[in-house]
Design a protein around this ligand. Structure first.
Ligand code: PEP
Ligand code: MN
Length: 348
C-alpha cells in the first residue's frame, strides 16, 4: 500500500497513521517528498480493512494498493526517478549520463593506476575493477582481494574517480564497504539473498547486475530485497542474458532499459562489455545505451588488453576507448536535452 498524507500533515498526525498501519501487521517505510510525506506499507495483512481504516483518517489524502510484487522499487510507489549520489560529486539517475570504466580485474598497482588515468581522461566518472572475481573455473585468477581494494582506493586518491567493485559474499560486505563507493553484485550473485540482505545494511549504493538467466521481474525482486532491508540506493544493470545465440558472449536485452524505466524509479545502466564479449561491438552497443535512455554505462578498458588476466577480448584498448567516448559526445548531448525536457515535464 501507499499512503499519501495531506500536504500540511503534522508529525503527530503522520505518527498516528504509521501506528495504525503497524497495528494491521505491516512494516512501514516513509519518504519525505517535496510536498508531502508518503508512507509505503508492506507485509501480509488485511489490505482492504487497512485501506478503509486509513482513508477514514482526515490527515490521509489517499491510500492505494500496490499491485506489483516488488513494492518499494516500483513506479507505483514512487513516480519520480531516483537519482543516487555516489562518492563526493557523482549522481547516477540524474541529469548527467555517467560512464564507469576500468579493467575487469585489478591486476597490479601499475595496471590499475594506468587504467584509472585512461578512464578519467576519457570522461568516466567512476572507476571499475574487480578485487573479488567470480570465475567459471576455480583454477582461474580469483582476484587480489583486500590488496586490490587498497589499490582501487589509491587510484581514487590519485584521480578523484569514485570506485565500483564487486562483493561476492556477505562475509566480505563490511570490508568492501570500507573501500568502495558502489558495491557491485555480479550476475552470478543476483539471487544470493544473504548477500542482498547484508547490502541492505551497508550504507553505500549498490550496482545490481541482472542474472545470466533472470527475468526482469526477478531482477526487481532482488533489488526489492536490498531496499526492503534498508538501502534505497540501488542501480540496476543490464549486462546481457543467456540465449541460444553464440555470436556474442551474451544477448543484450536492450529493451530491458525502457521496460525497467516503466516498472521502476531506480536508475538503469548498460554493460556493453559483458553483453557482447567482443571489443569491436562495444561502441555500437554503448551508443544504443545512450539512445535508449539508460542512465549510464559500465565499460571494460585496459591499458594493454592482450595482457589482461580476465576479459581481455572485450576490453577496449586506449585508442578505442578514447575514440568511443569522442563519438558518444553528440549522443550524450541529445540525451541531456531529452532528460532536461523530461524533468521540466514532470515538474508540471
Ligand atoms: C564483471 O563486471 O567483471 C563481471 C564479472 O560481470 P557479470 O557479473 O555481469 O558477469
Ligand atoms: Mn569482466
Amino acid at each position: 500500500m501507499i499512503i499519501s498524507m495531506k500536504r500540511h500533515a503534522t508529525q503527530a498526525e503522520i505518527d498516528e497513521v504509521a501506528q495504525r498501519i503497524e497495528e494491521f501487521g505491516y512494516k512501514i517505510h516513509t519518504i519525505q517528498g517535496e510536498e508531502r510525506v508518503v508512507i509505503g506499507a508492506v507485509g501480509v495483512g488485511d489490505v482492504s480493512a487497512c485501506l478503509e481504516a486509513l482513508e477514514a483518517l482526515p490527515q490521509v489524502e489517499k491510500a492505494v494498493r500496490i499491485s506489483a510484487p516488488y513494492k518499494f522499487v516500483s513506479r507505483e510507489f514512487k513516480r519520480d526517478k531516483t537519482a543516487i549520489r555516489v562518492g563526493q560529486s557523482v549522481q547516477v539517475g540524474g541529469e548527467e549520463f555517467v560512464v564507469m570504466a576500468g579493467p575487469c580485474s585489478v591486476e597490479s598497482e601499475k595496471q590499475i593506476l594506468e587504467s584509472a588515468e585512461l578512464a578519467a581522461k576519457g570522461g568516466a566518472k567512476v572507476l571499475r575493477g574487480g578485487a573479488f572475481k567470480p570465475r567459471t573455473s576455480p583454477y582461474d585468477f580469483q582476484g587480489m582481494e583486500e590488496e586490490g581494494l587498497r589499490l582501487l582506493a589509491k587510484a581514487r586518491e590519485v584521480t578523484g574517480l569514485a570506485i565500483v567493485t564487486e562483493v561476492m559474499s556477505d562475509a566480505d560486505a563490511a570490508m568492501v564497504t570500507e573501500y568502495a563507493d558502489i558495491l557491485q553484485v555480479g550476475a552470478r550473485n543476483m539471487q544470493n539473498f544473504a548477500l542482498l540482505k547484508a547490502l541492505g545494511k551497508c550504507g553505500k549504493p549498490v550496482l545490481l547486475k541482472r542474472g545470466l538467466s533472470s527475468t526482469i521481474k526477478e531482477l526487481l525482486m532482488s533489488a526489492e530485497y536490498i531496499v526492503a532491508h534498508g538501502n534505497p540506493d540501488v542501480i540496476l544493470c543490464e549486462r546481457g542474458i543467456r540465449t541460444f545465440e553464440t555470436a556474442t558472449r551474451n544477448t543484450c536485452d536492450i529493451s530491458a532499459v525502457p521496460v525497467l524505466r516503466e516498472l521502476t524509479h531506480l536508475p538503469v545502466i548498460l554493460d556493453p562489455s559483458h553483453a557482447t564479449g567482443k571489443r569491436s561491438l562495444v561502441p555500437a552497443l554503448s551508443r544504443a545505451g545512450v539512445a535508449i535512455g539508460a542512465d549510464g554505462l559500465i565499460v571494460e578498458i585496459h591499458p594493454n588488453p592482450a595482457k589482461a588476466i580476465s576479459d581481455g577480448a572485450q576490453s577496449l584498448d586506449p585508442a578505442l576507448w578514447f575514440g568511443m567516448m569522442r563519438d558518444l559526445q553528440p549522443y550524450m548531448a541529445l540525451w541531456k536535452q531529452a532528460r532536461q525536457a523530461e524533468s521540466v515535464a514532470t515538474a508540471h
